[in-house]
Design a protein. Sequence first.
Length: 228
Amino acid sequence: MRLSAVLLNAVLLFSPLAHSFELYPMVDFLKDQGQQSERFFQVLNPTEQPLPVEIFVKKRQVAGEAPETLTDSDDFFIFPPQALIPAGKSQTIKVKYIGAPVSEAQSYRVVFSQLPIKDQEADNSIKMLFQIGALVFVSPQQVLPAMTTEIHADGSELLMTNQGNGVIVLPQVRFSANSQQQQYQWRWDDLKAGAERQFLAPGQSVRINVPSVISDVEPLIEVEAQGY
């Protein structure tokens, strides 16, 4: 039962239908201590009906190229944990990390979940209640970035892995690549087609299809990541 609930949460977090309310920001970065350990989120209700929401936290487990899995977490103080947002209004939610100090960045989903209202509860028809999961990273005070790049033997794929203890923001990374005859300078916009993520937590990887960004049939022999 618990596994089913986690899988349902994972589906709803990314549902393209989840537009009954808006959330800002969708991604944020915190420290494990001090003033930077808390943030404020804004939930906007653009509808003509009052919006009841509940806020809770799931910890993300990520490794390599595997999809995230979510587990319950009490590492955050949420205030208020529930809110009733009037039509056309917004509500500010305080989110503060209260967990133990970390040696490497941890990642979470702060989940904003729509609740049923009384007339909905009395209706026997199936209704879709929406969830939006903001992506939140909590990093240690001292961060040592490190990323490895590995080219597949036939030169067709590039595997990038975060080997440091912080978060790598891929849109900020520059890439220098070489084949026997050519040199390439790329930014993330040149590589991101087909990539499933823009942020790498420690131990997380992303794979890029190299032929999608070069026309030269000669395979790459080296790729260096810079600026992260």
